[in-house]
Design a protein around this ligand. Structure first.
Ligand code: PLP
Length: 388
């Protein structure tokens, strides 16, 4: 293989050169603190405000509804913990799903340890949360529902607008973790009718360590960080100006180019899926065939589920970066994926997934090269497995 092929865009995306260029001045010369009143401070404030407008425009929100955070994880924490801590009430029942990213799941477990009742919806075999299961899980006192827009393991896209309407009909607010969805499918807070939405820069060709939370006007949250009162007192800390500028630029590029990227990626993704299912006899696709992110493929290999890590390392040696499950899974290598278990896959099958996620900088030629090596690697692994 000529150069390395990066097929792990769901874990993180490369920084777009145009984003790096926009950030550069704020990493060196333009170093002011946006809270300072002097010219250096005002320049930094202007850059932060402009980035806020870019992010707002991408998701069809008002600029004042966008709060910058240090990550998608922090945005999820602020949404859920900030909601539960508002006012004097004890934490109320929450409905979420068993397939959320740990940033939501672990936050819900923390809230449970503080007395909140949490219901975890399970998806159907295609990885989709259906509206009837949400209706059944709602309790009279439920005030918050959190369902991710697209899953980080399977790439399956959820019917967010439909689920949000059900939550609202019940008098609950609706949060969605759109970290994987943003820049890949249209994300529109008005069309979806969501009240809180989390996003992260490093999944849209922006820098790591910066995210944002959309908070619909009128929704009240309590801070989880206390200090100098930045970001409407909801996220105290001196702003990461260069990072925020990067997120803003990445959002603006996504607004202009995401639809075109998506068309190209759907066709590359489908070629990859068809190629693998044709040439690897025991391969199967995990998650709905079409209701999935452009560029996102999640595969299993029947009878070889225990060998997913070995296959990942063989691909790595051949020059292709993919992932098993999610990025966080290197901390839990070999454990079944809770997302796949929740979809009803047995624990052995749930250990064996391979996630292949294409992005803006991948080419047709790379997919062709991948299809040139993958079936042979699977075959040699099958031979090794059958000799055991
Ligand atoms: N939510 C989802 C669905 C994700 O895929 C990720 C990252 O993988 C996160 C949240 C966390 O975002 P960050 O890495 O910015 O903390």
């Amino acid at each position: 293989m000529a150069g390395r092929i990066y097929f792990d865009n769901a874990a993180t995306t490369p920084l777009d050169g145009r984003v790096a260029e926009a950030m550069r001045p704020y990493e060196t010369g333009t170093f002011g603190n946006p809270s300072s009143l002097h010219a250096e401070g005002r320049l930094a404030r202007r850059a932060v405000d402009e980035a806020r407008r870019f992010v707002a425009r991408l998701i069809n929100a008002l600029p004042e509804e966008v709060l910058f955070t240090g990550s998608g994880t922090e945005a999820d924490n602020l949404a859920l913990r900030g909601f539960e801590r508002r006012g004097a009430q004890p934490p109320g029942p929450i409905v979420t799903t068993a397939i959320e990213h740990p940033a939501v799941l672990e936050t819900c477990r923390h809230l449970q340890s503080r007395g909140a009742e949490v219901a975890y919806l399970r998806p159907n075999a295609d990885g989709i949360i259906d509206s009837e299961s949400l209706r059944q899980a709602l309790r009279p006192a439920t005030r918050l529902v959190s369902v991710m827009a697209a899953n980080n393991v399977t790439g399956v896209v959820q019917p967010v607008a439909e689920l949000a309407a059900i939550a609202h009909g019940h008098g609950s607010l609706f949060h969605t973790d759109a970290v994987q969805a943003l820049g890949r499918i249209p994300v529109d807070v008005e069309a979806w009718g969501v009240d809180l939405l989390s996003l992260s820069a490093h999944k849209i060709y922006g820098p790591k360590g910066v995210g944002a939370l959309y908070v619909r006007k009128g929704v009240s949250l309590a801070p989880i960080l206390f200090g100098g009162g930045q970001e409407r007192s909801l996220r105290s800390a001196t702003e990461n100006v260069a990072g925020i500028v990067g997120l803003g630029r990445a959002a603006d590029i996504a607004r202009l180019e995401a639809a075109e990227d998506a068309c190209r990626l759907v066709s590359l993704r489908d070629r990859l899926i068809d190629g693998v299912l044709n040439d690897v006899p025991n391969a199967y696709l995990i998650g709905h065939r079409f209701l999935r992110l452009p560029g996102h493929v999640c595969l299993g290999l029947a009878g070889q589920e225990g060998e997913a890590i070995r296959l990942l390392l063989a691909l790595d040696e051949a020059g292709v970066a993919v992932s098993s499950g999610s990025a966080c899974s290197s901390n839990h290598a070999g454990e079944p994926s809770s997302v796949l278990t929740a979809m009803g896959l047995d624990p052995l099958r749930a250990r064996g997934s391979l996630r292949i996620s294409l992005g803006r900088f991948n080419s047709e030629d790379e997919v062709r090269q991948f299809l040139g090596v993958f079936p042979a690697l699977c075959a040699s692994l099958r031979r090794a497995t059958s000799r055991k």
